[in-house]
Ligand binder design. Structure first.
Ligand code: FAD
Length: 480
């Protein structure tokens, strides 16, 4: 009887999971394993830990039904795999190939260990649509501009058929020991702040499919027009945390969207644009794969000498807590804190505000997002922060500074989004909802607002802040 271990990592699903399906087809018995390895790769932030716990709960329940339960371990991946191989007599380890530098290093170590110990280590795709190692410029270099990257991707062979979900998995005669899920200590100890997260999202594979199908029904047709509107309920899919933890494969999304477009041509416009956004996710992984320093170093080296302000803890705290006095920024930061997620347009606004108006390092913002986002992703988070800061690939130029008032007025025209997350200014008329400091005194009184007491005065004078940002940019401009 042959036994295979299947390592689950960023692929917490049974559907379209090539590693699992191949193990099921090739071995007599399958042992599904999740190892919490906090030292290999970046340890998950607090919101991600909550998601991971809930997602593992669902994965374990689904695997239990197939007949082979999920084995949970904690510690160094290599040491745990070696122990599991010796406990089960497994001849092979199956896993989904990842592009996070820490994960790649771990895979390499496993590969070398496998060769020495006569254990086959088999890696399969599934994390991205287009493998970063397959896509390159005519000069055989990695892409650093999105549009040509995406054009090249679209010339690649069509996405293959989805891999079937195994209904039954044979287990070995004796199962290795497993920790209980609570032993992984992923949920907060003491005060439980996760209520807003569970009110907003349901982790797990089943929910991921429901979210996708609902979005195809309610949001896909208008996606191209509405995707920048944080005030509208179905303007984007909210699939990002499900994708982050691999509860649904990008290929499944690709195939379902294509099927829907073929059946209903009205979906084509929104559908093509939506798939292009999935392309940005692939592009982020492309960058991380080819530039593994992306999380810590500016892609444009001149930005490593940018005169970021440091040591201003109060300003950083005001930004983190949504107390800047700029309603659209505060609404975004509070949405993040309360729900673990923020709309993409607002992510751009709050990030731009941090690195430009406040002149704080993009890594401060990236670290906060890493801790608080349920979709905190090693590739997309860093690539996006560098994009906003002007130091990244295909980046918004540093001198283009978002005006939070105009952005608010354009993308949250009636102020519904601000009113939801900044209720203390909800009674202001629409004209002032994005700029309370301009409201006449009697209107502020009527709305029950005392600036500086019930809602902050603006944290910075925008004109001064803009001048300061552009002057800082001048210092590195010649090296860019
Ligand atoms: P939809 O609009 O429905 O898009 C579908 C999917 O495409 C998303 O789920 C996501 O996987 C992908 N996608 C969409 N836009 C982008 C993008 N610009 N870059 C990469 N992938 C994209 N996304 C993350 O998944 N994790 C992060 O940690 C993350 N950090 C970000 C930080 C900043 C400063 C900014 C500006 C953006 C960040 N993004 C991140 C990208 C984007 O904001 C989110 O992917 C998107 O808001 C998720 O919502 P959605 O699923 O409704 O997106």
């Amino acid at each position: 009887m042959t036994t295979a271990l299947v390592l689950f990592h960023s692929n917490l699903r049974l559907g379209d999971n090539t590693a699992l399906a191949r193990a099921a087809a090739e071995a007599d018995a399958v042992v599904p394993v999740f190892i919490l390895d906090e030292k290999n790769g970046r340890a998950p932030g607090a919101a991600s830990r909550w998601w991971l716990h809930r997602s593992l709960e669902r994965l374990a329940a689904a695997l239990e039904k197939t007949g082979s339960p999920l084995i949970l371990r904690c510690g160094d991946t290599l040491a745990e795999v070696a122990a599991l191989v010796s406990e089960t007599g497994a001849e092979a380890v199956y896993l989904q190939h990842g592009y996070d530098p820490g994960v790649q290093e771990m895979e390499e170590q496993l590969h070398v260990w496998g060769q020495k110990n006569d254990v086959a280590v088999k890696r399969f795709g599934g994390q991205v649509l287009f493998r970063p190692e397959d896509i390159s410029t005519q000069e055989d270099k990695p892409y650093t501009v999105f549009s040509p990257f995406w054009r090249t991707c679209l010339k690649e062979p069509a996405q293959g058929a989805l891999v079937r979900t195994p209904k039954k998995l044979a287990r070995p005669d004796s199962l290795p020991a497993s920790l209980a899920l609570d032993d992984l200590a992923l949920l907060p100890e003491g005060y439980d702040w996760t209520g807003g997260l569970s009110d907003s999202f349901t982790p797990g594979e089943e929910a991921a499919y429901e979210v996708l199908d609902r979005f195809i029904e309610d949001g896909l047709e208008t996606y191209k027009d509405d995707r920048d509107r944080p005030d509208l309920a179905h303007s984007t899919s909210r699939l990002s945390p499900h994708l982050r933890f691999g509860e649904i494969s990008p290929r499944t999304i690709w195939q379902r969207v294509h099927t829907a477009m073929a059946e209903r041509p009205a979906l084509e416009r929104g559908g093509e644009h939506f798939l292009r956004e999935l392309g940005w996710r692939d592009f982020s992984y492309h960058l991380l794969h080819h530039f593994p320093d992306l999380p810590t170093r500016a892609l444009k080296p001149a930005f490593d000498d940018f005169p970021w302000r440091s040591g201003d803890a109060d300003t950083l705290t005001a930004w983190q807590q949504g107390q800047t006095g700029f309603p659209i920024v505060d609404a975004g930061m509070r949405q993040l804190w309360q729900t673990g997620w923020m709309h993409n347009r607002v992510r751009m606004i709050v990030a731009s505000f941090l690195v430009k108006e406040l002149l704080l390092h993009w890594r401060e913002g990236e670290a906060w997002f890493w801790d608080t986002l349920v979709d905190a992703d090693p590739a997309s988070n860093t690539a996006s922060w560098q994009w906003v800061a002007g130091s990244g690939a295909d980046a918004a130029p540093y001198f283009r500074i978002f005006n939070p008032v105009l952005q608010g007025e354009k993308f949250d025209p009636a102020g519904d989004y601000v009113r939801r997350f900044v209720p203390e200014i909800a009674d202001l008329p629409d004209t002032y909802i994005h700029k309370p400091w301009e409201a006449p005194r009697d209107l502020l009184d009527e709305a029950g607002i005392t600036l500086g007491t019930t809602y902050p005065e603006p944290l910075v004078d925008r004109k001064e802040a803009r001048k300061r940002a552009l002057a800082a940019f001048e210092t590195i401009k010649k090296d860019r």
